[in-house]
Ligand binder design. Structure first.
Ligand SMILES: Nc1ncnc2c1ncn2[C@@H]1O[C@H](COP(=O)(O)OP(=O)(O)OP(=O)(O)O)[C@@H](O)[C@H]1O
Ligand SMILES: [Mg+2]
Length: 350
């Protein structure tokens, strides 16, 4: 049976993002097409779809622009709609026995009725204690899943998998692990995604996630700085920020203070990581999210943290479809981590 092409769909606070990958032979992928369709401010806030109609319309436009034949998508729930917990269980339990234990564990961590959540679990592998396994429990709010599915369906799309943003980021990161010495084995790498409103911090040690945090800080802050400095509306400021035509002293008066503040926040976040784990430093920092492409940010972060810093591109090593332009992709790629990770799901299952 031919597997239908699945599209990764990330509904985030600044845009609706679609990514479609194909296979290019010898285990390589190709990025066939992608679209980033901006959303009005506040259409999606803190992971909640606040204005369903707006998001549906944006998704419809995005799908049309994409020029794909597939209507099948993989979506993700943001960290705010998911509660996860690592649980240790004896190896060799039956599926039913595991489920019973998961229910008990879930009742302890989920702050509302279990009727309101979808429970899922996944065996991660052998635990530190002999004869046990680590199991990841994931509880997601049904209501949040339903909102996302409703938006996709109203736009004429069919949702095949509901993943988590956390998982998708991890998948996209693994796809670019080949840029590190020995694929990141024995290294500590911090992936820092700075979007419009949220900064996600994931630290990988020896290719496994050992730490994750969210913090509310993002590119919207810079948009607001621009608004204040030049007396503009939000939309005008956002346009100025992304465009080529900047006022004379913009870099000095607005951009640099922002990149310094952001570098400071990142430095602090990594100090928190070091203080709360047994790791003493990170070897590499990978910046992602739309805000990571700000000129000078990587240098500012590198000099503050003393870690080699680079900007993420989950498509490195992939071939490109005819309409995907290399320079445009390099600009957009850091914001496509989640959508790319979701699009890769399809190959996991094959
Ligand atoms: N060319 C550019 N120059 C500067 N900033 C940019 C540029 N393009 C996008 N951005 C900024 O990147 C941010 C959007 O990034 P991204 O798409 O990663 O966020 P998001 O995933 O929608 O947000 P969140 O993860 O917080 O929900 C916005 O603040 C936007 O202004
Ligand atoms: Mg994002």
């Amino acid at each position: 049976m031919k597997v239908p092409s699945l599209i990764g769909l990330d509904v985030s606070s600044s845009a609706v993002k679609l990514v479609e990958l194909g296979q290019a032979g010898r285990g390589r992928y190709s990025i066939d097409r992608y679209v980033i369709e901006p959303l009005a401010k506040d259409a999606v806030a803190e992971g909640n779809i606040a204005r369903m109609e707006d998001v549906t319309e944006a998704l419809r436009r995005a799908w049309m622009r994409m020029g794909t034949r597939s209507r099948h998508v993989v979506m993700a729930l943001p960290a705010t709609s998911v509660i996860s917990k690592r649980v240790v269980m004896p190896a060799g339990l039956t599926e039913d026995e595991m489920e019973a234990r998961i229910m008990v564990e879930a009742a302890q961590v989920v702050p509302f009725s279990l009727d309101e959540v979808n429970l899922d679990f996944q065996v991660l592998g052998p635990a530190v204690s002999a004869g046990d396994v680590d199991v990841l429990l994931v509880a997601s709010r049904k209501e949040k899943i339903e909102d996302r599915v409703a938006v996709a369906e109203s736009a004429g799309l069919k949702v095949h998998v509901m993943d988590t943003e956390f998982n998708a980021m991890q998948t996209a990161f693994e796809a670019m692990a080949h840029v590190f010495p020995d694929n990141g084995k024995g290294q500590t790498v911090a992936l820092i995604d700075v979007g419009a409103t949220t900064m996600h911090i994931l630290v990988f040690a020896n290719q496994t996630v050992v730490y994750s945090r969210e913090q509310s800080f993002g590119g919207n802050q810079l948009t607001q700085d621009i608004q204040r400095r030049y007396g503009m509306t939000y939309d005008e400021a956002e346009k100025l920020k992304r465009g080529d035509d900047k006022p004379d002293r913009y870099s000095f008066e607005v951009l640099q203070p922002f990149t310094e503040t952001l570098a400071l926040e990142i430095g602090r976040a990594l100090q928190m990581f070091v203080a709360s784990t047994s790791y003493s430093k990170v070897d590499y920092i990978v910046l992602a999210g739309g805000t990571s492409i700000l000129p000078g940010l990587d240098e500012a972060v590198a000099s503050r943290t003393e870690a080699s810093t680079m900007v993420a591109n989950p498509f490195t090593g992939m071939t490109r479809g005819g309409e995907v332009l290399i320079e445009q992709l390099a600009n957009d790629a850091p914001a496509l981590m989640v959508a790319c990770g979701l699009a890769l799901r399809r190959f996991d299952e094959a």
